[in-house]
Design a protein around this ligand. Structure first.
Ligand SMILES: Nc1ncnc2c1ncn2[C@@H]1O[C@H](COP(=O)(O)OP(=O)(O)OP(=O)(O)O)[C@@H](O)[C@H]1O
Ligand SMILES: [Mg+2]
Length: 458
């Protein structure tokens, strides 16, 4: 359970079952101060028994390999069982997150940003849990529309959560804020992965080249894709694409007089592995952005190249990004992985207020904004015709470089760990930074889902 910190009172979970007016009264006697200057918004009353039922269910983790084989021979019955997996899995996972949020101190839960997310999650939970069993392709098509619109509605979640955890720090400690944020983001990734994978499989199922009753493996123009998973992600190509995107963005932001560092790729250049392209692009894109910004903003440097080394081992692929941007400033080094702590909290908060929506990956943009499709397609096609349109851009590529949210590294590490990888940063003071991204090559470990006990402990 979260401990009481900063003098804020915690209302027992049962209070959330009471009408708002009674809760407000209870709250008034239980606490002496609120943490946010904005007015507190208590979530509306709802019966807790339905949520209790769903919280009893365990989330069922799935590995990248399982996701791949599931879609490899895509028949109607497989599509329908995938739909039913998603239909029960999404509300189960949402129920766990709602319960997490209910264990926050009352003053934290009524923070406007946190309660906004709580409301979004509750609405989605209610909508999804009511979907009856899917028994036909038509049912599935209707279900996909619900899933798609839910994904779209949830684009405000990341910036709102990020603002929320910065603002509720008087109610819970910085460590607890970070744990809370990490759990919610990890769960968000997992829900989006299973939802987007199913949407992509449905898209495949309806594709003109797909013969739904064939029992053979798919042999399609996009044979290297199974749903959202690209079976042969080529590390070198991905780094080069991300470098092109980041360099482009930097030169637009800093103007023509500034030399943007080159990116040199070395090592095992033929390495491939199965992965969701937008996840790897997101992580590499963030590392390259940081390196480029450090070099460009370092006074008096000659813009030394960034070196990316790819190393393929039996179980892993390691991607090392080395720059000579002077290293990480001492005062922020201890807070590198924190969403909530550190000397730049206020600046982050102000920047986050300028970001109403934040897609974590390129698929999220894809499902969020159909108008982007054309532009994305054009850019992607100019890279590499092998990659599927709309899933081959560095995520968040359009984010302005000066809009620093302090989320690049902690979010990237969550993505890395999600598929059993790691991300480490070594700062060489006064010289530069080495970032080590380790990818689990076989993708055969289950996604790293917190156990029930750990979830309830947040
Ligand atoms: N390669 C690097 N060289 C020097 N400093 C770095 C490097 N990478 C990160 N940093 C420092 O660490 C901070 C945190 O990085 P992080 O990517 O998490 O957030 P950000 O870059 O500030 O914002 P965002 O990534 O959300 O736009 C950066 O602001 C920068 O000061
Ligand atoms: Mg960054």
């Amino acid at each position: 359970m979260l401990s009481q910190a900063g003098g804020a009172a915690r209302l027992p979970c049962k209070f959330l079952r009471l009408p708002a007016s009674i809760r407000a009264q209870a709250y008034a006697t239980a606490t002496t101060s609120t943490t946010s200057p904005a007015p507190s918004i208590p979530p509306p009353w709802r019966p807790a028994s339905i949520l209790d039922d769903w919280v009893q269910r365990e989330a069922r983790p799935i590995s990248l390999r399982q996701l791949t084989f599931f879609g490899r021979t895509l028949t109607e019955s497989r599509l329908i069982s995938s739909a039913n997996y998603v239909r029960t899995e999404l509300p189960t996972r949402l129920a766990h997150r709602l319960r997490n949020m209910q264990t926050l101190p009352y003053s934290a839960l009524t923070n406007p940003h946190i309660s906004h997310v709580y409301e979004l999650y509750y609405t989605a939970f209610e909508r999804l849990r009511k979907v009856p069993e899917i028994t036909s392709v038509d049912d599935n098509d209707r279900f996909c529309e619900i899933v798609q619109s839910t994904l779209r509605e949830h684009l405000s979640v990341i910036p709102r959560l990020a603002m929320g955890v910065i603002e509720i720090q008087n109610a819970i400690s910085g460590e607890e804020c970070d744990r809370f944020m990490t759990t919610l983001l990890r769960s968000r990734i997992s829900r989006r992965v299973i939802a987007e994978q199913h949407l992509a499989l449905t898209e495949t199922f309806h594709a003109p080249w797909h013969f739904p009753n064939s029992t053979k493996s798919l042999t399609a123009p996009e044979d290297d894709f199974v749903g959202e998973i690209f079976l042969r992600c080529n590390a070198k190509e991905i780094v080069e694409q991300c470098a092109a995107t980041a360099r482009n963005l930097m030169s637009q932001a800093y103007g023509p007089d500034v030399t943007i560092p080159e990116v040199v790729v070395k090592g095992h250049l033929d390495t491939t592995f199965p992965y969701i392209p937008s996840h790897i692009e997101y992580m590499i894109g963030e590392l390259l952005r940081n390196s480029m910004q450090a070099i460009v903003e370092r006074p008096g440097t000659q813009s030394p190249p960034i070196e990316v080394l790819i190393c393929e081992a039996a179980q892993h692929v390691i991607i090392r990004v080395s720059d000579q941007g002077g290293g990480i400033e001492r005062d922020i080094l201890p807070y590198l992985w924190s969403f909530a702590k550190g000397p730049r909290r206020q600046a982050r908060l102000e920047n986050l207020e300028r970001v109403p929506k934040l897609a974590g990956t390129m698929q999220e943009l894809r499902y969020a904004d159909p108008n982007l499709a054309e532009e994305v397609e054009r850019t992607v096609n100019s890279y590499d015709s092998k990659h599927r349109p709309t899933s081959s851009l560095t995520a968040l590529s359009g984010r302005q470089p000066d809009l620093r949210l302090g989320m690049g590294l902690p979010m990237s590490r969550i993505y890395a760990e999600y598929w059993a990888g790691t991300l480490e940063i070594h700062s060489l003071e006064g010289y530069g930074v080495d970032a080590f991204l380790q990818i689990s090559k076989l993708g055969n470990r289950n996604e790293v889902l917190s156990t029930r006990a750990a979830m309830d402990a947040v």
